[in-house]
Design a protein around this ligand. Structure first.
Ligand code: FAD
Ligand code: SIN
Length: 500
């Protein structure tokens, strides 16, 4: 029987492992416990077409619009068309989506034309999915290795044949599936848990794989402006909560016709601009019209998080601030999760298959993990014709990410602050060039433990993000440059690069 190594225990990795286990020897590694993942913390829900009045075409159109010209229509169609089947599979695997009167309940989120967001436990959709899948995983024949950090890919004759671990152990397999999630820890303010350090992209870069669109990072508009930046779901605005300035006025009304439900990048920048106009006074989210009883029932986790920070959101507006949330870029794949390296697959947030373009539509990523976690196993079984890597996407440019001889040590805090200032919500050429020089002067730490492995990954990923952000001389979706505030009139192009 052939063997597969899956790296990561979020929705993408566990789905792939469960799909494969009947036909392959599957080992799943995860660097913390199984439940530590972005998946576990997801709130709003899963966007999918499950009602007669909604349509796949509408879901496709909304996703393409959010993607700001950079989404690949075929990939988007795969997600939206295969989504309903993936949801049936999740339900089969034990996920209990919330219901009203015996039917699935549907929430509304920004930039969706229909209320098509399925949720679980009110605002605990990620936990509902993660724990159901983990139960299935534990009951399966998948070999599970928790607290096990993959450090690097093993490449032989141009193919991925395994990974190395922190203690130098080498695990070999016929195929390696990266499902390592995002990189919110690039920034000091993030909704992501500590495990989100861009490891998969860093490993792929060191192995010479093509990566794409790394400059596109999505900042969620509304995290609680308090330590930990707990997410206050977009679904709260979907239910009617509004953003107010220091005078209690709804400033988003003057920025976009959809006001608080405008695309995420627009709302996040609207908040940041207003924050700059009222230094020291937070922007607030006013959900009081929804009533304390409704808020506690519909959003029990956010309710608890507000209370833990001393906020009574049923009776007073709460302070909110943008925070790094989702990485649209990643290891470039085709629509089957195949990367430019034979035997190496990437699924979920670590991958860039062109689905999200320049800006992910809310609640499309849990679905992506479920759909593409399944598809990569189908491609392993019965490989479709391979992609011509250079035909569809721009010819990759080289990234020079190696350390200089005279480089200095850095702290994670230094790196996060630098990235927030230079490659955050608003970027500009001068700030990015200064940050590139600073990053070049830092040396990659010797990898002795999980923390130093993560720091080394954050450094290489930061260098790659900035290289792509500097190269893109326009503003589009999650990449906004004050020195190039408009989108280029030419058709949108992907950024593609590989390490020299
Ligand atoms: P993850 O779920 O992040 O899993 C990655 C896994 O890889 C983790 O287990 C991690 O420990 C492991 N790992 C990483 N590096 C290594 C390594 N070197 N070795 C071993 N293991 C490693 N999306 C939606 O669609 N709807 C939502 O409502 C929603 N809400 C969100 C709310 C929050 C607070 C956050 C943070 C995200 C939210 N998202 C939402 C985004 C969504 O949760 C993620 O994009 C999605 O869950 C990613 O799934 P994944 O399987 O690709 O990665
Ligand atoms: C949220 O609940 O606002 C997050 C949804 C998402 O990121 O898709």
């Amino acid at each position: 029987m052939k063997s597969i190594l899956v790296i990561g225990s979020g929705v993408a990795g566990v789905t792939a492992a469960l799909e494969a286990v009947d036909r392959y020897d599957v080992t799943l590694l995860t660097k913390s416990d199984l439940a530590q993942s972005n998946t576990r913390y997801a709130q709003g829900g899963v966007a999918v077409v499950t009602t007669e009045d909604d349509s796949v075409e509408s879901h496709v159109a909304d996703t393409l619009l959010a993607g700001a010209g950079l989404s690949d229509e075929d990939t988007v169609r795969v997600l939206c068309a295969e989504g309903p089947e993936a949801i049936d599979e999740l339900i089969d695997r034990g996920v209990k989506f919330d219901q009203v009167d015996g039917h699935l309940a549907h929430g509304l989120e920004a930039a969706h034309s229909y209320a098509r967001i399925l949720h679980a436990g009110g605002d605990a959709t990620g936990a509902g999915i993660a724990y159901a899948l983990i139960d299935r995983l534990r009951a399966s024949a998948v070999v599970i290795r928790e607290s096990t950090t993959a450090v690097d890919l093993v490449i032989e004759d141009g193919a991925a044949v395994g990974v190395t671990l922190l203690d130098g152990e080498v695990l070999r397999a016929d195929a390696v599936i990266l499902a390592t999630g995002g990189a919110g820890q690039l920034y000091p303010y993030t909704t992501n848990p500590e495990v989100a350090t861009g490891d998969g992209v860093a490993m792929a870069l060191r192995a010479g794989a093509i990566v794409s669109d790394l400059e596109f990072y999505q900042f969620h508009p509304t995290s609680l402006d308090a330590p930990g930046n707990f997410l206050v779901s977009e679904a709260v605005r979907g239910e009617g909560a509004v953003l107010i300035d220091r005078d209690g006025e709804r400033f988003m009304l003057g920025i976009h016709p959809d006001a608080e439900l405008a695309p995420r990048d627009v709302v996040a920048r609207g908040i940041a601009t207003q924050m700059a106009k009222q230094p020291g006074v937070p922007i607030r989210l006013d959900a009081t019209a929804l009533g304390a009883e409704f808020l506690a029932r519909r959003f029990p986790n956010i309710d608890a998080a507000c209370r833990a920070q001393g906020f009574d959101w049923g009776n007073e507006p709460i302070p909110v601030t943008p925070a790094a949330h989702y990485w649209m870029g990643g290891v470039r794949t085709d629509e089957w999760g195949r990367t430019s390296i034979r035997g190496l697959y990437a699924v979920g947030e670590v991958a860039c298959n062109g689905l999200h373009g320049a800006n992910r539509l809310a609640s499309n990523s849990l679905l992506e993990g479920a759909v593409y976690g399944t598809r990569c196993i189908a491609a392993l079984e019965d490989p479709p014709p391979a992609e011509d890597w250079d035909a569809d996407w721009a010819q990759p440019f080289d990234l020079d990410l190696v350390d200089r001889d005279d480089a200095d040590d850095f702290t994670r805090n230094d790196l996060q602050t630098l990235m927030w200032n230079a490659a955050g919500l608003t970027r500009a050429g001068d700030g990015m060039r200064a940050a590139v020089s600073r990053l070049a002067a830092w040396k990659s730490p010797e990898v002795t433990d999980a923390k130093s492995a993560e720091d080394a990954n954050l450094l290489i990923v930061s260098r790659a993000v900035l290289a792509m952000a500097l190269a893109r001389q326009e503003s589009r979706g999650g990449h906004y440059r004050s020195d190039f505030p408009d989108a280029l009139p030419a058709p949108a192009h992907h950024s593609s690069a590989a390490q020299k």
